[in-house]
Design a protein around this ligand. Structure first.
Ligand code: SAM
Ligand code: SF4
Ligand code: SF4
Length: 352
């Protein structure tokens, strides 16, 4: 059965399914490699300093190039797009790009992940151009810890203001991503929930991951979600609820008192590679099949040297058909076996 569907795929009919039976359904597009924060778990400021060489603007995909690729991905089965970065709101006229992407018939859902600092000034425009969902990263409500976790940039008040503005603009429910690191912000999880319970906001706790090569990740800095679930349940009884769709990354729990829900993204303690249908496009147009990949397929050079849609489709399809990634399920063995010279891609470059 598998063999038959692969033959059909190679011939170009139907949507591609990878070697582990996973379709291509989501595409995360990094529209900007730069960021106005220096979160130590993503872009530690010692390494991403003022002389760090980010992409020049002509090295980044243009909006036309992004839209052309998104159309092609749509024809291969992608239904969800997420714009991310770096900080996507640093990309000028981002709302225009969203307007263009909403015109792709296959795309059912467009979301944005942002650190929230510039959200208040853009929320209405983003909504007017068709954005319906936003995820804001916010790890803590403690000003000092916030400063530490953002590398000393931005202000907590700006992010909170951005969340309020997003709700007011109709971008709700707003999702909040909180990366939890043991000994840094794990004691603030209940405060985050206390503030947002009962609002059109869904807080999602993310296990600190070993993305990239520079964040000094150690297994003992991860707070397994089950530990947080126990802590939260003791304060506000809650029960697990079904996923919204197959392959949803967050495990959902609902408060028994009707005050909303909370999510847990447990990619370290309970990996979900088995249903991973996410692809990533870097700001300079490389296509990656895993957050922990070491190599990407250069679509920008193909685009800029005159590749036809058929050529590009074949490149994307062929790469997806060969995909075997399941890093989070193999973390321990791969961490030991990988050649240190073979660097993983950095998070800021392909987005979360
Ligand atoms: N700058 C935007 C933001 O922070 O929302 C978008 C890009 S950021 C790379 C996307 C998401 O990745 C954020 O929610 C961030 O917290 C998460 N992230 C970054 N590094 C991480 C790590 N080491 N472990 C887990 N999540 C991480
Ligand atoms: Fe910037 Fe987002 Fe990375 Fe923080 S997590 S440094 S806000 S890209
Ligand atoms: Fe998907 Fe790679 Fe993450 Fe597994 S490790 S869930 S394959 S992105």
């Amino acid at each position: 059965m598998q063999q038959a569907s692969n033959v059909r795929d190679i011939l170009g009919a139907g949507n591609p399914v990878d070697r582990l039976g996973r379709p291509l359904h989501d595409l995360r597009i990094s529209v900007m490699d730069r960021c106005n924060f220096r979160c130590p778990y993503c872009m530690p400021k010692e390494q991403f300093h003022e002389h760090y060489r980010f992409l020049k603007s002509q090295e980044r995909l243009s909006f036309d190039e992004i839209v052309r690729l998104a159309r092609l991905f749509g024809s291969l089965g992608v239904r969800k797009l997420r714009l991310t970065g770096g900080e996507p709101l640093l990309r000028a006229n981002l709302a225009d790009l969203i307007g263009d992407l909403t015109g792709i018939p296959e795309i059912e859902d467009i979301a944005l992940t942002t650190n929230g600092v510039l959200l208040a000034q853009h929320a209405v425009d983003l909504h007017a151009n068709g954005l319906r969902r936003v995820t804001v990263s916010l790890d803590t409500l403690d000003k000092d810890i916030f400063a530490r976790m953002s590398g000393g940039f931005g202000a907590l008040e700006q992010v909170l203001h951005g969340i309020d503005a997003a709700i007011a603009a109709g971008l709700s429910p707003v999702k909040i991503n909180a990366v939890i690191e043991r000994g840094i912000n794990d004691h603030g999880t209940l405060d985050l929930l206390e503030r947002f319970r009962g609002m059109p906001v869904i807080v999602r706790f993310i296990e600190f991951m070993d993305v990239g090569n520079r964040n000094e990740w150690r297994p003992d800095t991860v707070v397994p979600s089950r530990e947080l679930v126990a802590r939260i349940k003791a304060r506000w009884p809650m029960h697990p609820i079904a996923e919204n769709y197959r392959g949803e990354v967050a495990q959902r729990w609902r408060f028994d008192d009707g005050m909303g829900e909370v999510g847990f993204i447990s990619s370290v303690s309970q990996p979900f590679c088995g249903t991973c249908s996410r692809a990533r496009l870097s700001s300079e147009g490389k296509f990656y099949t895993c957050l922990f990949a070491t190599h990407g397929l250069n679509l920008r050079d193909a685009l800029r040297s005159g590749a036809t849609d058929a050529d590009l489709l074949q490149m994307i399809r062929g790469t997806w058909l060969e995909r075997t990634d399941r890093y989070s399920e193999q973390r321990d063995e791969l961490r030991q076996a990988r050649n240190p010279a073979e660097q993983k891609i950095e998070m800021y470059y392909i987005g979360g």
